[in-house]
Design a protein around this ligand. Sequence first.
Ligand SMILES: Cc1cc2nc3c(=O)[nH]c(=O)nc-3n(C[C@H](O)[C@H](O)[C@H](O)COP(=O)(O)OP(=O)(O)OC[C@H]3O[C@@H](n4cnc5c(N)ncnc54)[C@H](O)[C@@H]3O)c2cc1C
Length: 481
Amino acid sequence: MAGAFLDELRALLGQPQVLVGVDCEPHERDWRGRFRGRALAVARPGDTEEVASVVRLCAARGVPIVAQGGNTGLVGGSVPDDSGTWLVLDTRRLRRVRNVDADNLTMTVEAGCVLQAVQEAAAAQGLLFPLGLASDGSCTIGGNLATNAGGTQVLRYGNARELCLGIEVVTATGEIWDGLSGLRKDNTGYDLRDLFIGSEGTLGIITAATLRLFPAPATRFTALAACDGAEAAVGLLRLARSRLDAELTAFELMGRHALSLVARHFPEWPQPFPEAAFAVLLEASAATSEGARERFEAMLGQAIGDGLVGDAVVASSHAQSRELWRLREAIPLAQAREGLNIKHDIALPVSAIPGFLRDMEASLPALAPGLRPVVFGHLGDGNLHFNLQAPEGVDAAGFLRQHEAALNRHVHDAVMARGGSFSAEHGIGALKAAELATRKSPVAFGLMRVLKQALDPQGLLNPGRVLVTDPGVPETPTPPL
Ligand SMILES: Cc1cc2nc3c(=O)[nH]c(=O)nc-3n(C[C@H](O)[C@H](O)[C@H](O)COP(=O)(O)OP(=O)(O)OC[C@H]3O[C@@H](n4cnc5c(N)ncnc54)[C@H](O)[C@@H]3O)c2cc1C
């Protein structure tokens, strides 16, 4: 059966666009090295029609499909399971910028466009596409929408969902829904676009999107500020918001442990405040340069005067700004070099963050002595990466096996008790599907299952991801490699 299926696939796409055997390996392992599966094959369609024909073939032959863009997802949702029966549908040949409409402030791009290429295509027209992630040289716009990615500028521009006006989707039966629209107002029935955004390849394959653009700011300022506690960082956020309003475009928190990992793995990069409990990376953007730098520096001056900030540096050039951003962007890379870790991608009301961090600092050592909490993230929108690195010198894989479930429960219980979310921007994938089944309200979970059944009746699109196949039997993630 597999041989006949592969022949049919080759007939649809041409031999070079169907990978098998060792050629599939890069598509079978996730970015973190936590999940490794085995694919029946990798299909590389070149346009929407080809995606639709592949999906129709899979529907006819009962072959499960996992869509894959840049494979930078952090929850194990972009790789096949280990059965060797799934098809990986690689979207990266769908990479045309179909249209940029400067008057309407929109652009229509195909799903496999790398995020950085989308940003550059907007910039070439003097416009801004503000989604920005540390993975933007590899991740695709289809993956960004499928995971409803967040990133560093959500406090000003919103997440991927808010940056998307329309999408084109291949349904589970292989039909093409052209929902590409540049309209900001369209109340004609249920919002199907928002159903597919954030569905992680479980309801349909996104093949193109119409995105919102903004005028490119004329000027931009970056600063790094040292704060001696999370309360001070939250105070700085309040002050920056009140003094800069919409000019505040990024507000990133970095804890001391996070920056010490960067110092260890990237020692050549200077760190202005290595001893600070927290460093905050702030960015302000303005439509005109008139008075903007003065406003930014006056705000920082007041923060120092009010005792919220111990010291601060303001970048005086684009190169210096990049150096400061590089520290922030290097944290996940430094963590990956340090070894396996437990990631918590949590959202909390900003006001609850200092109390949460105090609670964790007091309670975690009893659960796992020597644990290294690596705290960083998008404080401006309440999203923290509260990651736990195994103690120095222990076997990280063994440590995770022993402690991961209890630590997850402890952290997520504390998050939920404060009205938070256990997945702010990375999604659910395979890693958190069992947790979703237990933590989502039964009504919401039931509605999600009804939608899945309606849109993917054969259950072939990324099965077991987001929604466990049987909610009574939570699936355990693939063990760490
Ligand atoms: C260094 C680093 C930094 C990161 N920083 C951030 C961050 O700040 N904010 C953030 O939100 N995320 C971040 N991420 C996570 C990741 O980059 C995002 O989730 C990104 O949106 C995934 O895009 P991708 O193209 O790599 O998708 P993939 O990893 O290929 O896929 C992710 C999920 O989307 C599905 N999918 C992919 N393409 C499609 C499609 N066309 N149609 C339907 N389903 C599809 C897959 O099946 C899978 O479930 C980071 C990752 C890394 C490695």
